[in-house]
Design a protein around this ligand. Structure first.
Ligand code: SF4
Length: 81
């Protein structure tokens, strides 16, 4: 276990990555932020966007093109959905 990992219910949790900044699922423990939904945040960002993220969302337009839409996700969060 490295200095920044914590163990919660037997699961080793790693600190959030830069792309997680702004997500509402982060929790701070002893000055280090962790994800409350997934123990390995860097793996969630191995694809384009973390599917649990509250601050960004993937959209697929009519042409099948994939876009990252941070604004729509933040509006949804503001409405409480
Ligand atoms: S839900 Fe995704 S974006 Fe949010 S903190 Fe967890 S890993 Fe990061």
């Amino acid at each position: 276990m490295s200095a920044q990992t914590i163990t919660v219910n037997g699961i080793e949790c790693h600190p959030i990555v830069e792309k997680c900044q702004g997500c509402e699922r982060t929790k701070e423990v002893d000055g280090v932020k962790y994800c409350a939904s997934y123990p390995l945040p860097e793996r969630k960002w191995a694809q384009k966007v973390c599917n649990f993220a509250t601050h960004m969302k993937l959209e697929i337009d009519k042409g099948g093109k994939v876009n990252v839409n941070p604004l729509k996700a933040s509006k949804r969060a503001a409405r409480g959905r």
